[in-house]
Design a protein. Structure first.
Length: 243
């Protein structure tokens, strides 16, 4: 039976890839990975790269996922890439699909998985979890994600930010992912929602890479001009209520 293993490669540092993932990569004939365009490198492949044994001559296939919110383009892309993936898996017998962090948090994997299980039930699928960027960041800045009865909310910052007002009132810790250029607006909304200037705050970019940037401060001290921040950014805040 042809086998496909989806692998969480962790957030950036290859040393955070699990032993199980390394074994699955070694056993594969084909390594599939996502990229946002033909001429851009795959971030997931960049993370796992140092663990790939070049003497094995494994075939590496990039699946292109354009950065768009257009539902028709997305549906077409998932369909096309899951077919491409199935062809590679059935041809090779054993393949892996690399993802950043964990495959089940804001990843291309779940859409491919849905299509594949419908169209190719003959492929055996397993998933190896990876370290989520959120967990790595919490460890790095020494801020707990949730204590006791606290509630944690994870928000993708490139969608409807108006919801932040409501979510902020009902969360003790908030983590914002995706494009850092929206973080300025997020900071304003958190202040409006009653998070006090003393609220512990941290922002990070390109964690685990040579370009890594981390700032740990308080909500009152952080600069709201985040226009130069990149897509691989993360923001974490813990609530200290005003008044
Ligand atoms: C498409 S989501 C993928 C999340 C991933 N599956 C995970 O488990 O962390 C991409 C977002 O994750 C966050 N992220 C992932 N890796 C990161 C890193 N090394 N440094 C900073 N942010 C990262 C950023 O918010 C980025 O925009």
């Amino acid at each position: 039976m042809a086998e496909l293993t989806a692998i969480g490669c962790g957030p950036g540092d290859p040393d955070l890839i699990t032993l199980k993932a390394k074994k699955a990569i070694d056993a594969a004939s084909v390594i599939l990975c996502p990229a946002s365009s033909e001429d851009r490198p795959s971030i997931a492949l960049g993370i796992a790269g140092p663990l790939i044994d070049s003497s094995k001559n494994q075939r590496v296939v990039k699946l292109v996922f354009p950065m768009t919110k257009d539902p028709d383009v997305l549906a077409e892309t998932w369909k096309k890439n899951s077919e491409l993936m199935a062809r590679e898996v059935l041809g090779a017998g054993r393949a892996v699909y690399l993802t950043v962090g964990d495959p089940y948090l804001y990843s291309t994997w779940m859409y491919l998985y849905k299509n594949l299980t419908e169209t190719h039930p003959e492929i055996k699928i397993t998933v190896i979890p990876g370290i989520v960027s959120v967990f790595m960041f919490a460890s790095k800045v020494g801020m707990s994600l949730a204590e006791g009865a606290e509630k944690l909310t994870i928000v993708p910052s490139c969608y409807d930010l108006e919801q932040v007002r409501h979510l902020a009132k009902n969360s003790d810790t908030m983590v914002f992912l995706k494009d850092g250029k929206y973080f300025g607006k997020v900071i304003e909304l958190l202040r409006e929602a009653g998070y006090s200037p003393d609220s512990p705050f941290a922002i990070g970019q390109d964690l685990g890479t040579e370009r890594e940037k981390v700032v740990k401060t308080t909500l009152g001290r952080i600069d709201t001009d985040t226009s130069s921040m990149q897509y691989f950014s993360i923001l974490m805040v813990k609530r200290v209520q005003d008044g």
